[in-house]
Write a protein that binds this ligand. Structure first.
Ligand code: FVH
Length: 293
């Protein structure tokens, strides 16, 4: 009998939290020989039953495969878990959320120990892993050779987007997208607060809100075009002057509805500053320059 696992790249995975377990199941389902380790050993038991080899220590797990994937809580746990492991000759892929600076330091740290390094930022939640139609993907940055070598294996749990040789870029893209997401959530929170005390069903606002946000999202392409050209009036649809003139209505409505303006006010203050600097005919792009110190 032949097993299709024979041709698949063996993978070692450190970390069996919610995300690590989802990654493990995706590689197992695709037939990759998988060695796993988790600080709290019983968490590995279900995966052992599904075909994973369970290592007694992180060092043993690292020794088991050339490709070592790490998905732990934070950078400090990566340091702790890998402290006693021999990384020489390993291809280390770190999917643990970190800052760009931590990722760059971790890349140097890995290189000093004889490993090649790729950093990853996961743009997915566990149920999206191993489900190609979910749209989940992982940003990768660091060694391009390592990315090319393991592209197919890395593509098993989620899509892959390589964003450059600088190991910090995956984390930077990750944080940039998630920061935008929190801005969106903040706007949605304000919108729901405005109707909270009215006879309006939040469930009737939700689809309107979702559709509106989707309709507005492509504006980011115009922003990018203006940033590249340096001309913030290029293709402008609604000028800053016009939009700033409307902000008192937003603040008055918030007051009338008994809603704190604290989520909107900082953005409006930046709009006013850019207007005072003479950016009235521009788009909202000038706000970005006020943020960059
Ligand atoms: N889950 C999610 O929705 C997000 C989606 C985007 C990416 N994140 C990041 O993925 C990393 C792992 O997340 P997770 O969901 O697996 O997290 P937990 O379920 O909390 O599991 C944490 C694992 O880390 C182990 N761990 C913690 N501290 C240490 C340590 N000092 N030494 C060794 N291992 C450590 C923990 O082990 P245990 O508690 O079971 O013993 C879990 O295996 C993360 O960076 C997210 O930001 C997920």
């Amino acid at each position: 009998m032949t097993y299709n696992t024979v041709e698949k790249t063996p993978v070692t995975l450190l970390g069996l939290g919610a995300m690590g377990t989802a990654l493990a199941r995706a590689w197992l389902a695709a037939g990759h020989p998988l060695t796993v380790w988790n600080r709290t050993a019983p968490r590995a038991r279900p995966l052992a039953a599904e075909g994973a080899k369970v290592a007694d220590s992180a060092a043993d797990a690292v020794a088991a495969s050339a490709l070592v994937v790490v998905c732990l809580l934070d950078d400090a746990s990566v340091q702790e878990a890998l402290a006693g492991a021999d990384l020489a000759g390993r291809d280390l892929v770190n999917l643990t959320t970190s800052t760009p600076a931590q990722a760059r330091e971790r890349a140097d740290w890995a290189r000093e120990r004889g490993a090649r390094y790729l950093d990853g930022g996961i743009m997915a939640v566990p149920p999206m892993i191993g489900v190609p139609e979910s749209g989940g993907y992982v940003f990768y940055s660091g060694s391009p050779e390592l990315f090319d070598r393991h592209r197919d294996t890395l593509a098993v749990p989620a899509g892959t987007v390589y964003v450059g040789r600088d190991a910090g870029f995956a984390a930077l893209h990750d944080v940039a997208l998630l920061s935008a997401m929190y801005g969106m959530f903040a706007g949605a929170a304000h919108a729901f607060a405005l109707i909270r005390k009215e006879d309006i069903d939040p469930a009737s606002l939700a689809p309107l809100l979702a559709d509106w946000l989707v309709a507005m999202a492509p504006a980011v392409h115009r922003t990018a075009d203006q940033l590249r050209s340096g001309d913030y009036t290029r293709g402008v649809v609604s000028t800053l002057a016009m939009q700033a003139a409307g902000t008192p209505a937003f603040l008055s409505t918030a007051e009338q509805q008994g809603v704190s303006p604290e989520l909107l006010s900082p953005y409006f203050a930046l709009m006013r500053r850019r207007l005072a600097e003479g950016g009235g005919e521009e788009d909202l792009t000038g706000v970005i320059d006020l943020l960059v110190r």
